[in-house]
Each structure stands twice: as structure tokens, then as C-alpha cells.
Write a protein that binds this ligand. Structure first.
Ligand code: ADP
Ligand code: MG
Length: 734
């Protein structure tokens, strides 16, 4: 028998099940031998069953779980005839219970196997549950932990308050999260991050669900990182080089102190946020961007950069830049090392300048020696020509028609002598006269002279220092300096302009001297001659003092002007410098040693030759000059003896001891020079009267001989008048 519910539960019609064995409706795995045996035994014993869970197969194949209760049926003879059973479909219920079980086990596993220590405490902070990581992390067994206060278990002495209030807060419904320290059972401490959340537990109670994560490693790593960052910071800060990081638009985002210093700040914070552009001129910045493919190609590069600090100071730096490339491969900016090379650069320039000056002065020295050799020989020859022409003139009657030829010879020779004088001037061997010269007065004279002749489109301006500064020297030559410089200035201002002449008393100190080869420390009168003319390029400037260097058309310039100026300045113990730029005018600065002022002596005028009858010994190695002197002196009435060198002179003097009133000695002679000769003569007669003659200037060598007692100095070539006066002067001296 079956009721129709069988169809609801198993899908079979009543007639389909009636007559079939019950096990035929079972699923196969329910027909275990064990179950079959139990069924057999139960049936034989005639017992019933209650709440037996059976597994049936629905007609459509699904498994149906039933709960069946059966009671045996006995006939009147008390014989078991069958069972009356009720099977209820509990498939749904069973599955739900199973799912719950699985879910519970799953959660249990999550809880248990969590790598974090998890604990649940009630509102008295007593531990309700704890997972195995909790026991591992804090060293308590589960038994030791359960029902104990979490604060008691884990709070270090000084954190009681904190843990207590934490529990309170979570109980109040707040989620908390913090890093703190907890104590293990053995008393050791552990760094933990704590996450506490309120949860509902059975009975609607609220409990605290807390997760502890051991962050010892993280803390250590953080500390390590902090230390290493600290180390890098110290390194970066202590490094002498400027280090910086700019973004792709060259804004400073990082810098060390050294970098800040290079850009003129005392603190790196002042540099950060500034743009590199602010420290350069736009052209300079453009140049760097173009020259270095930094922004475009992101390539490392090193370049020099002229920067201007905020206070206006300009510096030269090198930048070694390497690109910062982002994770996306894009250019992000630049790491840069800055190096201030201003001092080095300046020193290099300084050295180059000094080397240049040295080369220049060596060149001038060599040319000078050469020029002086030629000029000196020339001078002697000219002396002969000049001397004889003046002698001839003195012999020719005033009305003689030939006088004019001689005068022409004299004129031409004078011009030639002037030229050699210039060369000698350059060779620093032509300072004839030394006396105090008022520089302002000198300028006044030259300006007066110039104003008459100068191009009317040129304005002359002077600015002279108040007190009249004196220098010692040859006024003619000093005037030549000014004239030459002014004439050059005029030539440079064909279209007009301004010529300024300044004088000033200056002191050249150690610093100046160390940077200007050839200058010596001391007080000077500085003459500045500036024009607003065409100026010069570097190449020209390097050669202007060379003799015969000229940029002027043939016939316009000799190229001797500045070489003469140079020689005269040197010869006067001075210093000359030139500043000029193409198209920007030129300034020459002439430094002449300052000397204690003295009243200018009146210049000698031309006077008639004087005569006499004393006997004179003329010593000169140049035959033509020797004979000339003899002719002149004899013409004036003197008795003349000759000697061609010092040795001969001494012999002659010894022989005629008493008969020679004056000896004229040439300074430069082979075998025995003027100085030695004079000394020998003095040995013979301590009162010997001597006159020193030389084509060289009255320089220190001459002065030394004069100091020995020689009465006067005669510069060659000399005129009839000059020699007559000197001779008379020495003879008349006491
Ligand atoms: P010169 O005047 O006969 O050419 P200098 O020795 O006086 O010879 O000058 C040499 C060269 O120096 C000149 O040819 C000229 O090129 C240059 N120079 C001199 N002074 C000036 C100046 N004030 N401005 C421009 N150039 C100058
Ligand atoms: Mg000139």
C-alpha cells in the first residue's frame, strides 16, 4: 500500500510502487551491506524504527532524503505481517543543515588558519575565542587564554589605560585601528597593528572582534628605511658638490645646501620651487637647451652655464645632468650635479692673460734689442753726417751759395735722426734728459697744440687731477707719448667723436701688480686717453706695440707710434695698458711713476758755441766720430789728441799727463769701456776732468759713471753747440 503522497515525494504513481521491494527505490550507495543487514535484522526481530534517514531515488534521478518512522503490523496470531511507515521528505532540511555545517567549518578554518591573531572578547574583556595564531603570537595556550581578561593577558604595564579604553570604544560600536605594543606571556614585547570591530554574538550580545598583526618586521624595515634615508640625507647634505633635482620644466624640486649656496642662497628651501631659468639670461638658457639634448632625448650631458645669482653676482658653473625617467618611460626631469668653477675659470683666464703678457713682453724685448742695435749704428753714422754738415756750415761764409745744400743735408739727417730716435725710444735707450715733469702741464701743452690742428668734429675733454702730479723723465718724450696716442685717437675717429684725457694719481697695489705683468707696486700718475672711435679686435690689439705694425694705408702710418710710446713708458719705469673693443672705442692708460714735485727748470734755448784753447783727449772707437770731434774742437780753438780705445787712451794720458786738460770718453768701446777707462785715468791723476759721451740714454749705467766723478754727459749725435758748451762747462768746473 502507498498513499498518493509517494507521487509528490518520489514521482512514482501508486501503482508503480505497489508490489516492488522497498530497496528498489533506494539510491545505490544507500544499499550498503551494513544497511541491508540492519534492515534484515530489524525486520526479523519485528521491531519498528523512528526517524531513520533514508536515501531514495526520485523517478527523475535526484536524491530524496526522507525521515521515516515505522511500526510493525501483527496479525491476530501475533505474527508480523508487515510495516506501516511514514516517510517524510527532509531533503531540503538536510541539505540546509549540511550547508550550514560546511559554512561553519569554513568559517572555523578561516578563523583558525588566519595568519593574524584573532580574539573575541565579551563586554567584560574576557576572551571568548582565540585562534591558534593568537596562542602562537602571545604564548598562551587556548585554555590559559579563555575566560581571562584580554587586558590582563596582553597589556604592558604602561598601556593598561589604552587597552582598557580601546575595548570600551569598540564596545560602544566604534571600529578602531592602531599600531601599538603588546606583551607576551613570557613578558617580551611585540609590535602589533590592532584592528578592533564590534560584533554580535549569540543572545544579541555585543563582543569585540580583534585582529592582531605582528609588525615587528615592518617596524624594523621602516626603521631601516628611515636610517638609510637619514644616511643618504647626511651624505647629500655633507657633500661639497651641489646636488639637485629639477622637474621637466627645470623647477627645483630637490636640492642640497651646497646647491643652494651655488645659486646664492643660504638655505636649500629658498632654492626649491625656483626655476633654473631665473638664474640665466634667456639666450644662455636657450643655448643650453639647444646644445644639450636633455629635454628632448633625455640624454645625460655635461655643460657649462653662466648664472646670475639673486644678488646680481655672476658665476660660471658646470652642470652634470642625467635624466629621470618615469615608470612609463617618459622624461620626468633631471638629476644634476652643480659645480662652481668660477674661481678656476678666472684663474685660467688670468693665467692665459699673464702668459700672453709674458709672450708679448718677451717679443718686445727681442724686437727692442734688434732695433736698438740697428738704431745705434745708424746713430753713429748720422752723427758723422750731422757733425760734418754743421762743421761745414760754420766754415762757409754766410753768403756762400752752397750753404743751402749743406742745410738740406742737415735737414734730411735730422729727420733720419728723428726716426732712429724713435726706434731708440722704443728700444728704451733714448732718455736724454731726466727732470721733474708736471704731467698736467704737459697735457695742457699737448691739448693746446691739438686744438689748433685736430679734426673739428672731434671734441676734446680733459679731466685733470687737482694737485699737479709730477713724474721724472724727459719732457720731450713724455710729450711724444701723449701726441702719439692723441693722433692715433684722431685717426680712429674719422667721422668725429670725443677724445678724453684724464690724469689721476693712483696706487698700484700687490693685486694689480700680480695681474699685470711688467707693472711694479707704487704711486703713479695715470694718464687715460680715450676715444669713441672704431676700436680694435683682439688680433689687432695683440700687435699694436710691434714696431712697424700698422693697419693704415701706405704713407699714412709708420707703425712706430705705439712702439715708441711703449718704449718710452717702459724707459720711464711706467706701465701701459690698452682697452678696446671693435666699434666701441679705445682707452690707453699710461702709468708714470709719481715723483716729488719740483719746479720745472727752464728749457735750454739755442746758444752760440763757446770756444777755448785747452788740450783735449778724444776717445772713441768710431773713426768718423773721432775725427769729427777733433775737427769741431780744433775749429773752436782747442788742441786735440785722439785715442781709438780705452787702453790707448790710458797710454796717451800717462805720456802727456800734465798736458791734457780734459778727456772725452765714449761709454761703449771694445776692450776697455768708458767706466774702466775713467777709473784707470783717475789712478794716474785723481783730479782728471772727464766728459762721458754715448749714443745711449742717460740711464742707470750712465748715472753710475757720473757718480764716480765724471763731470758731464754728452749725448750722441751732438751738435757743434752742444759739444762746445759741455766741454766748456767741464773745463770751467772746479
Ligand atoms: P700707426 O699709427 O702709424 O699705424 P701706431 O703704432 O701708432 O702706428 O699704431 C699701430 C696700430 O694700432 C694702428 O695702425 C691702429 O691699427 C692701431 N691703433 C692705435 N691706436 C688706436 C686707436 N686709438 N683706435 C683704434 N686703433 C688704434
Ligand atoms: Mg700712430
Amino acid at each position: 500500500y502507498s498513499n498518493s503522497a509517494v507521487e509528490d515525494i518520489l514521482g512514482y504513481k501508486v501503482k508503480e510502487v505497489v508490489g516492488h521491494h522497498i530497496t528498489e527505490l533506494w539510491v545505490d550507495d544507500a544499499k550498503t551491506s551494513e544497511t541491508l543487514k540492519w534492515l534484515q535484522k530489524t525486520l526479523v526481530a519485528g521491531k519498528g524504527w523512528k526517524n531513520f534517514h533514508g536515501k531514495f531515488k526520485h523517478k527523475n534521478g535526484t536524491i530524496i532524503i526522507t525521515e521515516s518512522t515505522a511500526i510493525p503490523i501483527f496479525d491476530s496470531e501475533n505474527k508480523l505481517t508487515g510495516y506501516r511507515g511514514i516517510d517524510r521528505d527532509i531533503t531540503q532540511r538536510k541539505q540546509a543543515a549540511e550547508a550550514l555545517q560546511v559554512e561553519k567549518a569554513y568559517l572555523e578554518q578561516l578563523f583558525e588558519n588566519s595568519p593574524e591573531a584573532i580574539v573575541v572578547v565579551d563586554n567584560d574583556s574576557r576572551v571568548l575565542r582565540a585562534n591558534s595564531e593568537f596562542t602562537r603570537m602571545f604564548g598562551y595556550t587556548l585554555d590559559e587564554a579563555l575566560a581571562r581578561s584580554i587586558d590582563e593577558l596582553l597589556a604592558p604595564e604602561d598601556l593598561r589605560e589604552e587597552t582598557f579604553s580601546l575595548t570600551k570604544r569598540v564596545m560602544g560600536g566604534e571600529g578602531v585601528s592602531l599600531d601599538s605594543v603588546r606583551r607576551r606571556k613570557d613578558g617580551s614585547l611585540v609590535d602589533v597593528s590592532i584592528l578592533g570591530t564590534p560584533i554580535k554574538v549569540s543572545g544579541g550580545q555585543v563582543a569585540v572582534y580583534a585582529i592582531y598583526r605582528d609588525i615587528t618586521e615592518r617596524k624594523r624595515a621602516e626603521e631601516e628605511l628611515r636610517k638609510s634615508e637619514e644616511k643618504y640625507r647626511t651624505l647629500v647634505e655633507s657633500i661639497e658638490e651641489g646636488l639637485g633635482n629639477v622637474d621637466k620644466k627645470e623647477n627645483f624640486i630637490l636640492a642640497n645646501r651646497a646647491a643652494a649656496k651655488i645659486f646664492g642662497y643660504s638655505k636649500k628651501e629658498e632654492l626649491i620651487g625656483k626655476n633654473l631659468k631665473e638664474f640665466t639670461t634667456p639666450e644662455e638658457f636657450k643655448r643650453v637647451l639647444e646644445e644639450t639634448s636633455l629635454r628632448k632625448a633625455g640624454k645625460s650631458s655635461q655643460y657649462e652655464l653662466d648664472i646670475i645669482r639673486k644678488n646680481g653676482e655672476s658665476r660660471i658653473i658646470t652642470v652634470t645632468a642625467s635624466p629621470v625617467i618615469g615608470d612609463d618611460g617618459k622624461f620626468r626631469g633631471t638629476y644634476a650635479i652643480f659645480h662652481d668653477i668660477t674661481e678656476r675659470k678666472r684663474a685660467e683666464e688670468e693665467r692665459a692673460k699673464l702668459e700672453h703678457q709674458l709672450r708679448q713682453s718677451q717679443k718686445m724685448e727681442a724686437i727692442g734689442t734688434l732695433a736698438s742695435g740697428i738704431a745705434h749704428d745708424f746713430n753713429n753714422l748720422l752723427g758723422g753726417i750731422l757733425g760734418y754738415s754743421s762743421l761745414l756750415l760754420s766754415k762757409l761764409p754766410t753768403e756762400d751759395a752752397n750753404r743751402k745744400y749743406v742745410e738740406l743735408i742737415e735737414q734730411a739727417s735730422n729727420r733720419a735722426a728723428e726716426l732712429t730716435n724713435r726706434l731708440l725710444g722704443f728700444a728704451r735707450q733714448g732718455k736724454y734728459e731726466v727732470r721733474p715733469v708736471d704731467v698736467n702741464q704737459l697735457i695742457g701743452g699737448v691739448v693746446e697744440l691739438l686744438s689748433a690742428s685736430i679734426n673739428k668734429k672731434i671734441k676734446i675733454r680733459t679731466n685733470l687731477c687737482g694737485e699737479n702730479p709730477f713724474t721724472k723723465g724727459d719732457p720731450n718724450q713724455l710729450e711724444q707719448i701723449l701726441m702719439n696716442l692723441c693722433v692715433n685717437a684722431q685717426d680712429a675717429m674719422a667721422g668725429g667723436g670725443e677724445l678724453s684725457i684724464y690724469s689721476q694719481v693712483v696706487h698700484l697695489d700687490k693685486a694689480f701688480v700680480s695681474q699685470h705683468l711688467g707693472a711694479t707696486q707704487g704711486d703713479y700718475v695715470r694718464l687715460s686717453i680715450s676715444d669713441t672711435g672704431m676700436g680694435m679686435d683682439e688680433e689687432t690689439k695683440a700687435k699694436i706695440f710691434d714696431p712697424f705694425f700698422t693697419t693704415k694705408e701706405q704713407g699714412q702710418g709708420t707703425g712706430l707710434g705705439l712702439s715708441m710710446v711703449y718704449g718710452i713708458v717702459k724707459n720711464h719705469g711706467g706701465y701701459i695698458s690698452c682697452h678696446s673693443r671693435l666699434g666701441k672705442g679705445t682707452t690707453f692708460e699710461v702709468y708714470l711713476p709719481l715723483s716729488k714735485g719740483a719746479l720745472s727748470q727752464p728749457r735750454k734755448g739755442r746758444v752760440e758755441p763757446t770756444s777755448g784753447s785747452e788740450s783735449i783727449l778724444v776717445v772713441d772707437d768710431e773713426e768718423i766720430l773721432r775725427n769729427l770731434t777733433k775737427d769741431i774742437l780744433e775749429g773752436l780753438g782747442y788742441g786735440v789728441m785722439l785715442a781709438s780705445d780705452g787702453r790707448e787712451a790710458v797710454d796717451v794720458y800717462r805720456e802727456h799727463k800734465g798736458g791734457i786738460d780734459l778727456v772725452s770718453v765714449d761709454m761703449m768701446m771694445p776692450k776697455m769701456g768708458g767706466r774702466e777707462t775713467y777709473q784707470e785715468l783717475r789712478r794716474i791723476n785723481s783730479g782728471v776732468k772727464a766728459l762721458l759721451a754715448s749714443g745711449y740714454s742717460q740711464d742707470t749705467a750712465v748715472q753710475q759713471i757720473l757718480d764716480l766723478g765724471v763731470k758731464d754727459f754728452l749725448h750722441k749725435p751732438f751738435s757743434l753747440e752742444e759739444i762746445s758748451h759741455k766741454v766748456r762747462k767741464v773745463l770751467d768746473a772746479q
